[in-house]
Design a protein around this ligand. Structure first.
Ligand code: HEC
Length: 148
């Protein structure tokens, strides 16, 4: 009898574990789900002009040696999650002074880069944490409408 109670509890715990794992998977979102605000992208624009534009260009188009942050930039990062881009910018950029900007500033710059690639904005700011659940899809996922 006791053994069966323990067994039943174990099964319950396992089922709960699977359910929460599924919940985690289904809470994944996309960069197309309005993950930053216009105000944030505007702050990012100012920061970008100060720290990035002299290499990547005011229009983000790059040069022969310096990669663009628009156009082929999107398919290049597609399939990753937004934390990969954020971590790269935070640790490797600006190239001549890596890691010079704080987390908030880098989140603002990432918001500006998304805006520059015509990714829609929304009412909630992009936070430096929680970026792992945001898929970087170069095209809007077809099967799901953009969350308002
Ligand atoms: C001194 C010039 C310089 C500055 C300033 C600079 N970058 Fe870069 N950036 C580069 C170069 C060069 C590369 C390519 C590095 C490589 O391939 O290893 C690069 C690569 C990148 C990439 C990867 C692009 C890709 O698709 O591969 C991103 C994103 C990026 N920079 C963002 C930024 C941001 C944001 C800033 C400002 C905070 C910034 N960079 C400032 C020169 C610069």
């Amino acid at each position: 009898m006791r053994f069966r109670t323990i067994l039943a509890r174990t099964v319950l715990v396992l089922v709960a574990g699977i359910a929460s794992a599924q919940a985690r998977i289904s809470t994944r979102i996309s960069i197309w789900d309005r993950v930053y605000t216009d105000a944030q992208a505007m702050r990012g624009h100012t920061l970008y002009m100060q720290s990035c534009a002299r290499c990547h260009g005011a229009d983000l188009s790059g040069t022969y040696e310096i990669p663009p942050l628009v156009g082929r930039f999107m398919p290049y990062w597609s399939g990753s999650t937004l934390d990969a881009l954020f971590d790269y910018v935070s640790t490797a950029m600006p190239l001549d002074h890596p890691g010079a900007l704080g987390a908030g500033a880098n989140a603002d710059i990432v918001a500006f880069i998304l805006k520059s690639n015509d990714i829609p904005s929304g009412s909630k700011e992009l936070s430096p944490t929680g970026l792992k659940v945001i898929n970087f899809d170069s095209a809007k996922p077809a099967s799901r409408p953009t969350r308002k």
